[in-house]
Design a protein around this ligand. Structure first.
Ligand code: ZN
Length: 140
């Protein structure tokens, strides 16, 4: 069993995957469209990847952002890559709304209000369809 949570498990509901990366949806009660693009292998930095693999990661991030905009029409999309807590390459792709609990702060920042965004029960289905259109069928 790996000590790394992103090596040990998918880390969320898988929306798209190939042999190099996966796109997952995180169950987050405050932020109903919180996605991550996770590199399959345990590397820490973008520059651990060769140029073709870096381009593949970013193509997946752009596709995820685009699919998110099409599927849930957020007020903003936040992109972030830290890896300070889990040093396994992953990008956060998070739909934001002006009335979400942390807006305009980062989702990890101070809470601004108690209001919660309603859940998005069709998100996984809609995102799977749109990601397959943008990235190809992927691996099941
Ligand atoms: Zn890992």
């Amino acid at each position: 069993m790996s000590a790394c949570p992103l090596c040990a498990a998918d880390g969320g509901e898988v929306l798209w995957r190939d042999d190099r990366l996966r796109v997952i949806a995180i169950a987050d009660v405050d932020h109903p469209a919180f996605l991550r693009v996770v590199w399959q292998a345990h590397v820490a930095e973008m520059t651990d990847l060769d140029v073709a693999d870096r381009e593949h990661v970013m193509a997946a991030v752009w596709a995820t952002e685009s699919a998110l905009r099409d599927c849930v029409r957020p007020d903003k999309v936040n992109l972030a890559s830290f890896g300070n807590v889990v040093p396994h390459l992953h990008w956060h792709v998070i739909a934001r709304w002006r009335d979400d609990p942390h807006f305009p702060n980062a989702v990890w920042g101070p809470r601004m209000r108690e209001s919660a965004r309603p859940p998005l029960p069709g998100l996984a289905r809609d995102m799977r369809l749109r990601l397959a259109e943008l990235l190809g069928p992927g691996d099941r």
